[in-house]
Design a binder for this molecule. Structure first.
Ligand SMILES: *Cc1c(COP(=O)(O)O)cnc(C)c1O
Length: 425
């Protein structure tokens, strides 16, 4: 038995499923999780000493690669000053100033501890601001595990959410309406049915939790127009896209204005950080200036802020990182596409910048229903082929690949060769 297997057996006795988040389980790919001991640059090493080229990057935060020395030193320096004070600190101010001075439409920002919390709080702010209850989300988009957002995905528009998890009362999801990603008419229908009832539309500007599904031309702009027309708040959930597509996130990348934006992942550089921010008139509804209550004992934690601030400062000062990352993504995913075409494989390659994924289906993937046509058993085979050759991919079809600044073109070229050999069978 490997050390990973031994640890996993122990874990299963004391942690549900042996993991602290279901996405870490390897069940859907028929394996047991590798227990990761350390990570540097583009590589992770497990407890057995196996080394993997990592395409998960902690699900996004490690855009500079693992263990960036500047980030590490900033964390060590912050630790020496004490781990938490439960009081206002300089680094929180610097973090807020950095974001508000760089990102369009973010006049004010509030730090929280996870993406889930950021989204939950942004929705509360939007409801408090509009005095309306209903929210629109898209099937296949993930916005964290708060009750109101765990709704079942159906095959079409749904005007009242059905809980997608045990333990979520009906009452918590009845105001969550579901629309079809990349289908503006599905959103329009909901607005026509509830013209004065919808507080917010929340969207992943690039779908990255059903595999990668980029927005079709006009989709995000259309959401902007509909929200403006009906007086609803447009929330971009940029927990993945924020500071990844570019420093100004999807708003800047696609040139569409949001009213509220949520962050997580990259903003904490690997520490548990989330944030929500946006237009002043909405953010001034948040306590203690406004009536929308939201709080957090460890929010804006000084060590977490030090990590995030160090990473964001590097990204802001070296915009060429994004140019290179996005070019690398275009080349890598473009090459993947060529490989599957040459092999005549029933595979779709979707990508946006450094995010991408392969769907094992003959159908173009533009929304949740088409993503679901993917042959997940074929993905398992692909995953196992790659893992046994030292490539660590997401252990699920419905996740993204995350390229980082630390992945070299030489390493990526080797990965392409492995994919080619897999496609040839
Ligand atoms: C990861 C993710 C979240 C939830 O963030 P957590 O930090 O896991 O709570 C929310 N929205 C999107 C788009 C995400 O990818």
């Amino acid at each position: 038995m490997t050390k990973s297997e031994e640890l996993f057996q122990r874990a299963c006795k004391v942690i549900p499923g042996g993991v602290n988040s279901p996405v870490r389980a390897f069940g859907s790919v028929g394996q047991t999780p590798r227990m990761i001991a350390s990570a540097h640059g583009a590589y992770m090493t497990d407890e057995d000493g196996n080394r993997y080229l990592d395409f998960v990057g902690s699900w996004g935060p490690m855009i500079l690669g693992h263990d960036d020395p500047t980030v590490r030193e900033a964390v060590i320096a912050a630790c020496a000053d004490g781990l938490s004070f439960g009081a206002a600190t300089r680094r929180e101010v610097e973090m807020a100033e950095l974001i508000c001075s760089s990102v369009p439409n973010v006049d004010m920002v509030r730090m929280v501890n996870s993406g889930t919390e950021a989204v939950m709080s942004a929705i509360r702010a939007a409801r408090g601001f509009t005095g309306r209850d209903k929210i629109v989300k898209f099937m296949g988009c993930y916005h964290g595990h708060s009750d109101a957002l765990l709704v079942q995905a159906g095959s079409g528009v749904m005007t009242a959410g059905i809980p997608d998890s045990a333990g979520v009362p009906q009452g918590c999801t009845k105001d969550t309406l579901s629309a079809v990603y990349n289908d503006l008419s599905s959103v329009e229908r909901l607005f026509e049915e509830f013209p004065d009832g919808i507080a917010a539309v929340i969207v992943e500007p690039v779908g990255a939790n059903m595999g990668v599904v980029p927005p079709v031309k006009g989709f995000l702009q259309g959401l902007r127009s509909l929200c403006t027309k009906y007086g609803a708040v447009l929330i971009f959930d940029e927990v993945i896209t924020g500071f990844r597509l570019g420093f100004t996130g999807a708003q800047g990348y696609f040139g569409v204005d949001a009213d509220l934006v949520t962050y997580g992942k990259i903003i904490g550089a690997g520490m548990p950080v989330g944030a929500y921010g946006g237009k002043r008139e909405i953010m001034e509804r948040v306590a203690p200036v406004g009536p929308v209550y939201q709080a957090g004992t460890l929010s804006g934690n000084p060590v977490a802020m030090a990590a995030g601030l160090a990473q964001l400062t590097i990204l802001k000062e070296q915009p060429e990182i994004y140019d290179e990352l996005n070019k690398k993504g275009q080349w890598f995913y473009g090459s993947l596409k060529q490989i599957v075409e040459e092999a005549g494989a029933a595979v779709q390659v979707n990508s946006c910048g450094s995010l991408g994924c392969m769907f094992f289906t003959a159908e173009p993937v533009v929304d949740y229903a088409s993503a679901k046509t993917s042959d997940t058993s074929r993905y398992s085979e692909y995953f196992s082929h790659m893992l046994s050759n030292g490539i660590y991919l997401a252990p699920s079809q419905f996740e993204a690949m995350f390229l980082s600044a630390a992945h070299t073109r030489e390493e990526l070229a080797d990965v392409l060769e492995l994919v080619r050999s897999f496609m040839r069978g």
